[in-house]
Write a protein that binds this ligand. Structure first.
Ligand code: F6R
Length: 365
């Protein structure tokens, strides 16, 4: 039931504060500020030399964000690839490694094929799934559930932010197991996690302002999304979301790659969405925005208040997000990216919940 919402996607975006809270309660003991997962893990993060991750689509982008987290907090190298490539790569794997799969449905054919490949390679198999009765869950040694509830809209929203929440909790857990973060750091990260539902709620309040920006976006043919660090996978996720529900062509790029090719596309007809909270990479992204502005590119900047204050570009539309700890920014900044795609598609009158040519679960190769 959609209740008062026009689409399941809209309803599911608005469910995010609750379902993230619910999911986090499974992984975090907020009273002590510690990560706690009730089940015993069949592997030890302290023993791992590497994690191999694999997933498709939006779940893959969650994995790319998590690569930055695991490498920073737990100092574990992470290999990640889309499942349709991973399964045929014949990746060499040392026995006893961890293979981690991310899937809302738990039925995606390519992801399942990777799981079976990794099983044959003697890996520990763990999966982050929303459907715990799924094939991927059944074939895993450890299941890390997202408690997002059923996701009906074909475009993944609440499953994505729940996947990110679980992945961050796991990266913190791994960091503690490996001694690469201190107990105090664990507490400050879990404190940040505990504030997520509040920040997501604030982000949702920006929905009407974003709907106003979507008017211009609904008239264009191409959109470029840029971001650095964990904002890079968010840029790719933003582009995916826009193309799948509005059918506008969109590309996500690492902001630093702009001058290596995509800058040739910039003119006044192709808006550039820049995802850039005022984190340590902000100044560099600002210089990329100047390059865009100098070529008459129209910018939509998604940032926080201090990022907005520092930005001197005149012709730039800004979405101002709450100021949040850097570590959780990718989860909070997923919201405006979803909302922008949603409102654009809604204005265009596409079938938001059932976009053409797409299926919710891709059980064939
Ligand atoms: C995008 C989207 C798809 C899925 C992908 C993986 O909005 O929904 O890209 O993320 O098909 O599906 P799961 O997570 O079920 O393996």
């Amino acid at each position: 039931e959609k209740g008062n919402y026009k689409h399941f996607m809209e309803k599911e975006m608005h469910e995010q504060p609750e379902v993230i809270q619910h999911t986090l309660a499974h992984y975090v003991d907020f009273a002590s500020g510690k990560i706690r997962f009730k089940e015993k893990l069949p592997f030890d993060f302290a023993d791992l030399n590497r994690i191999a991750m694999s997933a498709c689509g939006t779940a893959y982008y969650a994995g790319v964000v998590a690569k930055y987290w695991f490498e920073k907090l737990a100092r574990i190298p992470v290999e990640i690839d889309v499942a349709s490539e991973f399964r045929y790569r014949e990746m060499p794997m040392e026995k006893g490694g961890l293979a981690l799969f991310i899937s809302q449905s738990g039925e995606t054919a390519d992801t399942l094929a990777c799981l079976r490949y990794c099983r044959a390679q003697g890996q520990h198999i763990a999966s982050i799934v929303n459907v715990t009765e799924s094939t991927i869950a059944r074939e895993s040694d450890a299941i890390f559930p997202t408690l997002a509830g059923p996701e009906i809209g074909v475009a993944s929203t609440k499953a994505f932010t729940c996947q990110l929440s679980v992945l961050l909790a796991l990266a913190i857990m791994a960091g503690r197991a490996r001694g690469t973060i201190t107990e105090q750091e664990e507490q400050s990260y879990t404190q940040a996690l505990s504030e997520l539902p509040k920040f997501i709620r604030q982000a949702l309040k920006g929905s009407d302002d974003i709907a106003a920006l979507a008017h211009d976006l609904s008239k264009v043919k191409h959109v470029l999304y840029l971001g650095r660090g964990t904002n890079f996978p968010l840029a790719m996720e933003g582009a995916l979301k826009l193309k799948e529900i509005s059918y506008i062509h969109a590309e996500g790029y690492a902001a630093g790659e702009l001058k290596h090719g995509p800058i040739a596309l910039i003119d006044e007809t192709m808006p550039v969405v820049v995802i850039a909270p005022d984190d340590p990479s902000y100044e560099k992204t600002v210089s990329n925005m100047q390059e865009v502005a100098a070529r008459d590119g129209k910018i939509i900047l998604i940032t926080d208040q201090s990022g907005a204050d520092k930005n001197a570009l005149e012709d730039c539309q800004t979405i101002v997000m709450p100021t949040v700890p850097d570590i959780i920014a990718p989860i909070v900044f997923a919201l405006p990216v979803q909302l922008l795609a949603y409102h654009t598609a809604n204005l265009m009158g596409t079938d938001v919940d059932q976009p053409r040519n797409l299926a919710k679960s891709v059980t064939v190769e």
